[in-house]
Design a protein around this ligand. Structure first.
Ligand SMILES: [Zn+2]
Ligand SMILES: [Zn+2]
Length: 279
């Protein structure tokens, strides 16, 4: 399973101040293989243009939504990707409220939307099993359930191998947790038993944010460190699990290079826009 980071920043980044260097971050969004989009944010087409891949969303079949904050959910992006009816949107009912308010009732009704409650059981979405678990965050609506996702994908057999060569199915599991402070207990009780291969943790608050009020809805360095120590103490997840961070705030972090050095002793890699990981 391949994950492309389309954006790795929090909501304080300004796309109008874009410079083509590795330190710039767009709003958080990611693409699984070429067919599953996590968060239809407002900057994903900017990423595609800058990457010289204007058609990179051509094969997207499904979109999952973490929550309706405008850095993660852009009605115009949804309209662009979903018009034509070949792409399905999955998430909380709040997505429809936001779409209706932004593009009107009749245009919103044309979107192929599937409301999925948070659940300890997975949903079959495209070729993936996807757990939609609650995050510790609040979206634009009081009754919205914001989400963390676990995505289980099965790597297809290498097409270069002859048909009579049987390969065991290679099941891979990815955790994507932007935005959330900690991992809520009910979600943790599902996640802790999973052989995760990669975790993308949110890290909104960095060295420039000691004792910050955002600890009630986002992670800080201290929180990340404590979670990692606990994961390792009890050998959670798969033995080779890899850790990444995303959703770094512009005003709460130093440079990407400094963050890379800071996270190295923790065994964590901060993601950057355009980074691709093989899970
Ligand atoms: Zn956000
Ligand atoms: Zn948010």
């Amino acid at each position: 399973m391949k994950l492309t980071f389309l954006g790795t920043g929090a909501a304080d980044w300004d796309i109008n101040a874009y410079t083509p260097d590795a330190g710039f971050r767009r709003f958080s969004s990611a693409l699984v293989n070429d067919d599953l989009l996590i968060d239809p944010g407002p900057h994903i087409f900017h990423f595609a243009r800058c990457a010289g891949k204007p058609d990179m969303f051509e094969n997207v079949k499904n979109i999952i939504v973490t929550h309706t904050h405008s850095d993660h959910f852009c009605p115009d992006t949804v309209k662009k990707l979903c018009s034509g009816g070949n792409v399905r949107l999955w998430g909380d009912r709040a997505c429809m409220k936001k779409l209706t308010a932004a593009i009107g009732e009749s245009a919103a009704a044309e979107i192929d939307f599937m409301s999925i409650p948070v659940s300890r059981d997975p949903y079959k979405i495209g070729g993936y099993n996807i757990w939609s678990l609650e995050s510790n965050h609040q979206g634009d609506y009081w009754d919205e359930f914001t989400r963390l996702y676990v995505i289980e994908g099965i790597d297809p057999k290498d097409p270069s191998l002859p048909d009579d060569v049987i390969c065991p199915a290679d099941v891979r599991m990815l955790y994507y947790g932007c935005d959330s402070a900690w991992i809520p207990t009910r979600s943790w009780n599902v996640i802790k038993n999973m052989p995760l291969n990669a975790m993308v943790m949110e890290l909104t608050c960095g060295t420039a944010a000691p004792n910050d009020w955002r600890i009630f809805e986002h992670n800080t360095l201290e929180m990340l460190e404590l979670m990692l120590k606990t994961f390792r103490k009890y050998n959670y997840f798969s033995p080779e699990v890899k850790f990444y961070t995303s959703h770094m705030a512009r005003t709460l972090h130093s440079s990407h290079d400094e963050l890379t050095e800071l996270l190295k002793p923790m065994g964590v890699t901060p993601a950057f826009d355009g980074m691709v990981i093989n899970i």
